[in-house]
Write a protein that binds this ligand. Structure first.
Ligand SMILES: Cc1cc2nc3c(=O)[nH]c(=O)nc-3n(C[C@H](O)[C@H](O)[C@H](O)COP(=O)(O)O)c2cc1C
Length: 339
C-alpha cells in the first residue's frame, strides 16, 4: 500500500473519532434569527432550492471533499447516491492519488451514480510547488466531468503530516495562472482553519470564482496528524493547535464584506439546517458539510439519508419561521447576535 493510500485510510478512521474534533467554536451559536410568529406564508410553499454554476440544488448544500482512492472507495459512491437523491452537490477528495496511479481513477468517477449533480474536482494547491501545473489541474477536472476545480490550502496540516509538502511560497501567482489557463472555474478552500478576509481578497484578485472558508470549529487536522504520528515532539506540538483557526462565522462575515463577484461557500462545523440558514443570511451562496456526512455514511446509508432529510427540514423550518419564501429572501433575514 502506498503512503498516500495509507494516509487516506488513517484520515477516514481518525476523522470519525473524538481526537479529530477541534476545540474551537465555529460561531453559529453566537447568532439567532429573529423569530417571526406571523410569517404569512404557507410552509409547503417554502422553496430552499438554488442554482450554482448552472446546476440546480434542492438546498444550498454540497457534501464537501472527503475521499477517494482508498479501499473505502465505496464512500464516494454512497455519498454520491445521497447527493443525487436529495438534490445536493458534492466534491470529491484530493485526486492526487489518481494522478499518480490511474487504477484509483474509478473511485472518483461518480457521475454514473449522480449524472446531474453539482460536482467539484479537488487537488492540494501546494502541489503547484511540487511539479503540478495547469495540465494536472485539467486532468483531474476532466477525469470526473466536474463543474469546477477546488484547490485546497492546508498549511497547518502539511506541517504535521509525515513528509508534508511545506513550501507554500509563490502559490498565489500560480493559482492566478491556473485561473487564467483553465476553462473550469476555480474554487479555493481551506480544510478546517478558515480563509480570512485578507486571503480572500488576494484570491478574488487572482480570479478565483469562489472561496470555501472551511473555518475552524469542527475538524482538527493537528489532532488527526497527532494520532498518526509516532514522534513525541510532533504529537506534543500538534496538540497545541487543537483550537487553532478562524471560526467559520467570522470568516463568512469578513469575506462577505470584501467580496465583489466572488461566491462564498460556508463550511466548517455546519451541523444543522439552521446553521445553513445562518450562513446564507450572513452572506454565503452555498454551504458545505464533510465530517458529519462521513460519520453518518460510516454508520449506514439510511443514517446518511436521514441526515440529509433532516438538514432539509431544519432549513425549511428556519425559513418558514423567519417568513422567507426562498433563498433570495433568506439572504436578507434578520440575524441577531446573542449577548
Ligand atoms: C477525512 C477527511 C478528509 C478530507 N479530505 C479533504 C480533501 O482531500 N480535500 C479537501 O479540500 N478537503 C478535505 N477535507 C476537508 C473537508 O472538505 C472540510 O473542508 C472540513 O472537514 C470542514 O468541514 P466539516 O466541518 O463539515 O467537516 C477532509 C476532511 C476530512 C474529515
Amino acid at each position: 500500500m502506498s503512503e498516500i493510500e495509507r494516509r487516506k485510510k488513517d484520515h477516514i478512521s481518525l476523522a470519525v473519532g473524538d481526537a479529530a474534533r477541534s476545540t474551537a467554536d465555529s460561531g453559529f451559536e453566537k447568532y439567532r434569527f429573529e423569530h417571526n410568529a406571523l410569517p404569512e406564508i404557507d410552509f409547503t410553499d417554502v422553496d430552499a432550492s438554488t442554482n450554482f454554476l448552472g446546476r440546480k440544488l434542492k438546498i444550498p448544500l454540497i457534501i464537501s471533499a472527503l475521499t477517494g482512492g482508498s479501499d473505502r472507495e465505496k464512500i464516494n459512491r454512497n455519498l454520491a447516491g445521497v447527493a443525487n437523491d436529495f438534490g445536493l452537490g458534492m466534491a470529491v477528495g484530493s485526486q492526487r492519488i489518481a494522478l499518480e496511479d490511474r487504477s484509483f481513477e474509478d473511485s472518483f468517477k461518480i457521475r454514473r451514480y449522480a449524472p446531474n449533480i453539482l460536482l467539484f474536482a479537488n487537488l492540494g494547491a501546494v502541489q503547484l510547488n511540487y511539479g503540478y501545473s495547469a495540465e494536472e489541474c485539467k486532468r483531474v477536472a476532466d477525469m470526473i466531468e466536474a463543474d469546477a476545480l477546488v484547490l485546497h490550502l492546508n498549511p497547518l496540516q502539511e506541517v504535521f503530516q509525515v513528509d508534508g509538502n511545506v513550501n507554500f511560497s509563490g502559490l498565489l501567482k500560480k493559482i492566478e495562472k491556473i485561473c487564467a489557463a483553465l476553462k473550469y472555474p476555480i474554487i479555493v478552500k481551506e480544510v478546517g482553519y478558515g480563509i480570512s478576509a485578507s486571503v480572500a481578497k488576494q484570491l478574488q484578485n487572482a480570479g478565483v470564482y469562489a472561496t470555501d472558508v472551511a473555518g475552524a470549529g469542527s475538524v482538527s487536522w493537528s489532532g488527526i496528524e497527532s494520532g498518526r504520528s509516532g514522534d513525541i515532539v510532533v504529537k506534543s506540538a500538534a496538540d497545541a493547535f487543537c483550537g487553532w483557526g478562524n471560526p467559520t462565522v467570522e470568516c463568512i462575515k469578513s469575506v462577505a464584506e470584501i467580496r465583489k463577484n466572488m461566491k462564498i461557500i460556508a463550511s466548517g462545523g455546519i451541523k444543522t439546517g439552521v446553521d445553513i440558514a445562518k450562513s446564507i443570511a450572513l452572506g454565503a451562496d452555498l454551504c458545505g458539510s464533510a465530517s458529519d456526512f462521513l460519520r453518518k455514511i460510516m454508520i449506514s446509508h439510511s443514517d446518511c439519508e436521514n441526515y440529509a432529510e433532516s438538514l432539509t427540514l431544519e432549513l425549511k423550518t428556519a425559513m418558514f419561521c423567519t417568513g422567507c419564501r426562498n433563498i433570495h429572501e433568506l439572504k436578507k433575514a434578520k440575524l441577531l447576535k446573542n449577548e
